[in-house]
Design a protein around this ligand. Structure first.
Ligand code: SIN
Length: 361
């Protein structure tokens, strides 16, 4: 090679190296987007109405996950998103079997290195229950966020797209790691254990009334102010990986003139546990107490909850729980107490141990 040729070759090599280095630099400087899976289960967020003003009387669970994602192109800016249709139901039809399928799928996905977080789109009617079930059985600290909508996708000012956007950026956020299963609705972040649906139809239906929401989502950023002090997800003791069913637990609702008919029917139908959502501080009507005692004698675990919606059900307050061998629900509402009791019964029927769980989770 002549000297001239050698110089040209060296210059060309330097140019190639320079271009390569700057391309690599540009690649590195691109922000890394978290991989978020969206698992769709139906609900109003996937609902359609006859017109843009139809906000009641619409059909839930008609729009598929790919269309939900396509409706929010902004998602691509905050995460690398993939969708999966797990089922397509109105959430009044949610049941234990669906929960087991969903929870197993969530655990499989979160065990993968290429999944950083999960969003679950869900009907709002039982969203809080699915959220709490997952809070107790997901075996990961990675974010899991449930989201729904109060208005169908075809409505004027539908809340689904912004709620989905917020949920995805929350699931993609390092700030959400280790916080347990979260609910993102109406620009707010709630803990699965404490949030509840409080209004049949308004956009601000989801509230954590007295214990307080965890934070807000504003300007495409989650802001956290508190965390739940109760154990959840990776720290919880429940394992559903080998379960095909959950024990039957039913709820009896307290009211003036209450009798034992519903309770007796649940026990006859094979209930292993009963949540008694009593009036006030979980009070027991004297017409119902003998039926509860008789159910307990048959091995049914009785949990005293309250229909009031806020506050602690005091152990040995309105009933002598030590003597009756009953459990109290602490601050869990009846529908969430049912979930914890089902999971508790997969491990033990010892009421002292079950009471421990009610004060821990
Ligand atoms: C449902 O829960 O599936 C219907 C109601 C809703 O999503 O708001």
């Amino acid at each position: 090679m002549t000297t001239q040729l050698f110089q040209r070759f060296t210059l060309a090599l330097c140019a190639v190296l320079l271009v390569g280095t700057s391309a690599a630099y540009a690649e590195d400087s691109k922000p890394h987007l978290a991989n978020v899976m969206i698992l769709a289960t139906g609900g109003t967020i996937a609902g359609t109405g006859a017109s843009s003003t139809t906000t009641v009387g619409y059909t839930a669970a008609t729009v598929g996950v790919e269309r939900l994602i396509a409706a929010v192109p902004e998602l691509a800016k905050v995460a690398s998103v993939k969708g999966e249709q797990v089922f397509q139901i109105a959430s009044e039809n949610m049941n234990n079997d669906y929960w087991l399928v969903l929870a197993k799928r969530v655990n499989v996905l979160l065990a993968r290195a290429d999944v950083d977080g999960i969003v679950i789109t869900h009907g709002t009617d039982t969203l809080e229950e699915t959220a709490y079930f997952l809070d107790l059985v997901v075996k990961s600290r990675k974010p899991v966020v449930l989201v729904g909508a109060m208005r169908p996708s075809t409505a004027l000012s539908a809340d689904g797209p912004i709620n989905l956007y917020n949920a995805v950026l929350l699931a993609a956020s390092a700030d959400a790691v280790g916080k347990g299963v979260l609910v993102a609705m109406n620009d707010q972040i709630h803990a699965a254990r404490d949030v509840t649906k409080t209004n049949t139809s308004t956009l601000d239906s989801f509230k954590t009334t007295e214990l307080g929401l965890l934070g807000y989502i504003q300007g495409s950023k989650p802001f956290f102010y508190r965390t739940s002090s109760r154990k959840h997800t990776a720290e919880a003791e429940f394992d559903i990986s080998n379960l095909a069913t959950l024990p039957q637990v039913d709820i009896v609702y307290g009211y003036a003139n209450m009798g034992p008919v519903a309770l007796d029917a649940f026990v006859a139908a094979g209930a292993k546990g009963i949540i008694h959502a009593g009036v006030g501080d979980g009070s027991l009507a004297s017409r119902v107490t003998p039926a509860l005692i008789s159910a307990h004698k048959k091995g049914v675990v009785i949990v005293r909850a309250s229909r009031v919606g806020q506050g602690i059900v005091a152990r040995n307050g309105e009933a002598n729980d030590d003597e009756l061998d009953f459990v109290v629900s602490d601050t869990l509402n009846a529908q969430k107490a049912r979930i914890l009791l089902m999971l508790a019964l997969t491990k033990t029927s010892n009421t002292k141990d079950i009471q421990r769980m009610f004060y821990l989770y």
